[in-house]
Design a protein around this ligand. Structure first.
Ligand code: ATP
Length: 706
């Protein structure tokens, strides 16, 4: 046996021994259910056992990810979870324990008493190989990634992000363990590890602050359901199963989505001026008493003077409480007025009057009534909004609340209304927000109101910021976040995902679309450079389907990124080719072939990416060059770009007639005001819609209110 194989065999013995102890701990847990006599007690024990098993680590995980030997020759094995022997001595320590720090921080410049760092490559608990870094006596600092990191980065991807405990880099580790009491903004280009670091940071914070920070007090927010699902298994794999992980649409009452807002309305619904508008509109729902209010108590009428009732309403209005609580206060006042007249009326007696003065309100009913009424909008808008703005919010309300279809951009408004009507939602001691660069002020408020401490980890990249609230500076984001604690922005420099040749292809876009942001340095070469395919419109989709099938046949996880105009033809071509695929827009991800819009592709990665018609991607957003940059930086290995037009447009072009005809596309700036409303209305009206209704609505839009 060669020396390395002999060493692997010795290490394997240690791994096997540790695994035996891990299994014993797991078994100890799984018998707990049988020990309980009462079924409820047994269920609780089983639940606890399951949690314990998760904290022990999966049976398929290696017991250790690495080992450090100090200058005196003492070895310390490091894994995802602590494993003790029969004497309760540690066989493996957790990566989060202070003693594990040198594993991540030792460098040739500062060895931290580490003589050797060993990283294991395993299949399950079987050691395939290991690599050593010898620190002793090597003076020169060696830059660049170690071979274990490269091996890990070159592994094929699946539909879910993995933990990186074995290969966390020193700069990343510093962010993972940065103090809890701050707003930490982690910025960095595509694939610098922002997401994965933020998740490891959660695990690390829960471990270090276990006395005062519980998993249930931590919230992780992603930008959409696909992304939330993509990252969801990292924390459980680190033993943290109880952290709430949601996409931002979940921070609002549950409603049926499906309405598409026009760009003006999208922008406005994210505007912080909506806070005042909603508060004024809710106040507008409070009624005015009659000069004399008559109530039927015990079969006879009692009259309450209007001014007295009005004083009670005014007092309730002034209370610093949510609408529903103030309603209860008004009810108490009305009951008291009757009591003052010697009438012991049950609360129900005043209910009719109360419903008129202070109607019961739900966020959905309130917002539907507001957006559906020009009068209500104009009354609440005040001087802060232009006529055009208020009209852009107006839409026909469904007759029944259950039939109302909402847009994604209504959600932060519903959340704001929920706060105004029913008070604060559940709050969290630490919140992580990923892809924060695109969030509107109203969405950021939704997050801020859920923070009990002001401690946040914010993750994003300005060079990937697109949409109605595209940002150019962190200050624009920070002003809507809690200001209780200091804000620190830290930049990650190295790009781990995108191979160098491919990043070089995308880099010119970065320079024109986000000149202020720092571009990452790619740490590795890929299997090949980007391949640019010129196509005719007629054969474009067919070639996409063929390329996807070839990549999939090689076992690669494939992402086809295309804008809305090309989506139909690509779906048809895939179907004609007999390929099955997942659609990220429906929240799915994970088959060999995935079809993704450039917006939904943010944060995701694939072994092979096919970017369809870059010009169409650029045309689909006012910051379209950034969107193309996002699309080109999703690959860990292969990139194909297929284009009838320019494969690398560096200038955002005037939208074509065809693009303008698409619902949701921005109109030229010369078409504004009511004319824009009418243009949008006509564009959105399909042939089978009732034209009389469309024309009536158009006439209504053109008649300007005073
Ligand atoms: N230290 C590391 N060891 C192994 N893999 C790493 C390391 N750092 C980052 N990666 C990998 O690089 C890829 C990109 O990481 P991640 O998705 O967190 O980047 P990001 O900065 O959030 O990217 P984007 O801006 O595109 O959302 C992931 O596959 C991640 O596992």
């Amino acid at each position: 046996m060669d020396p390395k194989s002999a060493e692997i065999a010795r290490e394997q013995e240690y791994f096997d021994r540790a695994e035996k102890h891990r299994e014993q701990k797991r078994q100890g847990g799984s018998l707990a259910g049988q020990a309980g006599v009462h079924p409820a007690a047994a269920a609780a024990l089983i639940r606890e056992a399951r949690q314990r098993a998760e904290q022990v680590g999966g049976a398929d995980d290696a017991v250790a990810i690495g080992r450090i030997d100090d200058q005196e020759g003492a070895a310390l094995y490091i894994g995802k979870h602590l494993i003790l022997d029969e004497e309760s001595e540690p066989l493996v320590i957790s990566w989060k324990a202070p003693a594990a720090e040198p594993y991540y921080l030792a460098s040739h410049a500062d060895a931290r008493n580490v003589a050797r760092k060993r990283t294991f490559a395993c299949s399950g608990n079987h050691i395939d190989d290991f690599t050593d870094v010898i620190f002793a006596s090597i003076a020169a600092a060696v830059a660049g990634p170690d071979s274990e990191l490269l091996r890990d980065l070159n592994r094929g991807r699946t539909g879910s992000l993995r933990d990186i405990v074995a290969t966390i880099q020193a700069a990343q580790f510093e962010l993972i363990r940065a103090p809890l009491e701050q707003v930490l903004v982690i910025e960095g280009g595509p694939g610098t590890g922002k997401t994965v670091i933020a998740l490891h940071r959660v695990s690390w914070l829960l471990y270090q602050h276990r006395e005062r920070l519980q998993a249930r007090e931590v919230l992780v927010v992603g930008p959409n359901p696909t992304f939330a699902r993509y990252i969801t298994s990292v924390l459980p794999s680190l033993g943290d199963t109880e952290v709430a992980q949601v996409d931002i649409t979940k921070l609002a009452p549950e409603v049926a989505l499906g309405w598409r807002d026009e760009p003006d309305a999208v922008r406005l619904k994210g505007d912080p001026r909506m806070v005042g508008l909603l508060a004024r509109a809710l106040d507008g729902r409070v009624g005015v008493p009659e000069p004399a209010e008559r109530l039927l108590v015990d079969g006879r009428f009692v009259t309450l003077p209007g001014p007295e009732v009005e004083a009670a309403v005014t007092a309730a209005r002034r209370l610093d409480m949510p609408y529903t609580q103030r309603r209860l206060a008004l009810r108490d006042s009305l009951v008291q007025m009757l009591a003052d007249r010697g009438l012991a009326a049950p609360a129900g007696v005043v209910e009719n009057l109360l419903s008129r003065l202070w109607p019961v309100m739900t966020p959905g009913a309130f917002l539907r009534d507001l957006l559906g009424s020009k009068e209500r909008l104009f009354a609440a808008g005040g001087a802060e909004f232009t006529t055009e703005e208020l009209l852009s919010l107006r839409r026909r309300a469904a007759d029944r609340l259950s039939e109302q279809v909402w847009s994604r951009h209504d959600l932060p408004l519903l959340d704001e209304a929920e706060q105004l009507i029913n008070g604060s939602p559940q709050r969290y001691a630490h919140i992580v927000v990923d892809e924060v660069q695109d969030l509107s002020p109203m969405q950021l408020r939704s997050i801020a109101r859920r923070s009990s401490t002001g401690s946040l980890t914010i993750v994003g990249d300005l060079s990937q910021s697109t949409g109605a609230w595209a940002r150019d500076s962190w200050a624009e984001v920070a002003e809507h976040l809690p200001a209780k604690l200091e804000h620190h922005v830290v930049n990650l420099r190295y790009g781990y995902r995108v191979p160098k040749q491919i990043f070089d292809h995308a880099a010119p876009l970065h320079r024109v679309a986000a000149p202020e942001a720092v571009a990452p340095e790619a740490v590795r070469e890929g299997p090949q450079g980007p391949r640019i395919h010129r196509a005719e419109e007629a054969d474009r989709a067919g070639r996409v389907a063929t390329m996807a099938a070839v990549h999939a046949a090689e076992g690669r996880f494939v992402g086809i990124i295309c804008a809305a105009p090309q989506r139909g033809e690509v779906e048809e071509a895939l179907a004609a080719n007999g390929s099955s695929w997942s659609s990220a827009d429906r929240g799915e991800l994970g088959r060999a072939i995935n079809l993704v819009s450039p917006q939904e592709a943010k944060g995701l990665e694939f072994d092979a990416v096919i970017v369809v018609e870059p010009e169409a991607i650029v045309a689909s957003d006012p910051r379209g060059l950034r969107l193309l940059y996002v699309a080109l930086t999703r690959t860990t290995g292969y990139l194909d770009v297929i284009a009838v037009g320019d494969p690398l447009p560096l200038k955002a072009s005037e939208p074509s007639r065809k693009a303008l005809a698409m619902p949701g596309a921005p109109l030229p700036s010369s078409v504004a005001g009511p004319a824009a409303q009418v243009a949008i209305l006509v564009r959105n009206s399909t042939a089978n819609e009732r034209w009389a209704e469309v024309l009536r609505e158009a006439a209504r839009l053109l008649e300007r209110p005073e």
